[in-house]
Design a protein around this ligand. Structure first.
Ligand code: SAM
Length: 290
């Protein structure tokens, strides 16, 4: 398909518009203005967005845009832009493209030099982090953990030693399985789950995965709704980093130089961090040839 080359000024704009994640008042005034002014709204589920638009008294043509038709819709959406008509891209809840459709369209249209403007607003990920009480200076968002038990466990093993906060989305039918896997892999690590953000039953629970499992088992309502899981990062001082080789060398050198196990543990803890008791155990194992 060939396009007539137009000035950017005569082309339409693709607005990527965040919608509420529960509380309808979390829609910005700018988002309302944009939704009411575009020629077409590309929506993940037109019935779902239709209800929001009805609530706002907005009547605009909608097109469905989901994981299975993004490529197909691309040229159609681009044709609107080239004809000078603007589009709003929305998902069912929160910010489009964040574990939601839209990437192919935004990526391709940006490659083609179209004007793409974000209209920011709610996102469960950021809402959860902002009130969850976990470190937010560095975090990794992992989307949804794999559904299959083995792959899920492997994913958790992979992030186990990461020092920054890990954030995942989770659904009600998998929350218990995920917490059980976390109890096995992450042991006593502090986890915060944010449930039903901005809605009537908004709840934050924190504790080890095992404690969270017990809390939910004793109140099954806590397994209902939508979840964001935040896992605190591994302690930087946990003696389980890439230093494993030089660690070993240091401990052996200490013993070879006749430093006692107790004193050696104090030196190792001072140099490498971690608890003296752990170093004591390691030194004793090396000394006894285990
Ligand atoms: N694009 C959305 C955003 O910006 O948050 C996320 C879409 S993703 C398909 C849906 C997942 O987001 C849910 O399974 C849940 O993990 C999380 N989520 C969405 N709304 C939520 C809410 N109100 N409270 C907690 N988690 C929510």
């Amino acid at each position: 398909m060939t396009h007539v080359k137009l000035n950017a000024a005569s082309q339409g704009t693709l607005y990527v518009v965040a919608t509420p994640i529960g509380n309808l008042e979390d829609l910005s005034a700018r988002a309302v203005k944009v939704l009411g002014s575009v020629s077409v709204i590309a929506a993940e589920d037109t019935r779902h967005t239709g209800r929001l638009l009805a609530h706002l008294g907005i009547n605009v043509t909608m097109l469905s845009l989901h994981d299975h038709n993004e490529k197909q819709r691309l040229e159609q959406l681009d044709a609107y832009l080239l004809a000078g008509q603007s589009i709003a891209l929305v998902s069912d809840a929160g910010t489009p493209l964040i574990s939601d459709p839209g990437f192919t369209v935004v990526h391709e249209l940006r490659e083609r030099g179209r004007t793409i403007v974000p209209v920011p607003g709610a996102s469960a990920l950021i809402a959860a982090l902002s009130a969850g009480g976990v470190p937010t200076d560095r975090f990794t968002f992992g989307g949804f953990l794999p559904a299959k038990p083995t792959a899920r466990r492997q994913a958790l093993e992979t992030i186990k030693l990461r020092e920054e906060t890990q954030v995942f989305y989770e659904s009600p039918h998998r929350i218990m399985h995920t917490l059980s896997a976390m109890a096995e892999v992450l042991d006593q690590r502090r986890v915060v789950i944010a449930r039903e953000l901005t809605k009537t039953f908004e709840t934050f629970l924190s504790g080890s995965p095992g404690e969270l499992l017990s809390a939910i088992q004793s109140d099954p309502n806590q397994a209902r709704g939508e979840f964001v899981i935040m896992i605190e990062g591994a302690e930087a001082s946990e003696p389980q980093t890439a230093l494993a080789f030089s660690e070993e060398m240091l401990l052996e050198a200490l013993l070879a130089e006749g430093v006692g196990v107790k004193q050696g543990a104090a030196v190792a803890a001072r140099l490498l961090g971690g608890r003296k008791q752990n170093w004591y155990t390691k030194l004793q194992a090396i000394k006894s040839g285990d």
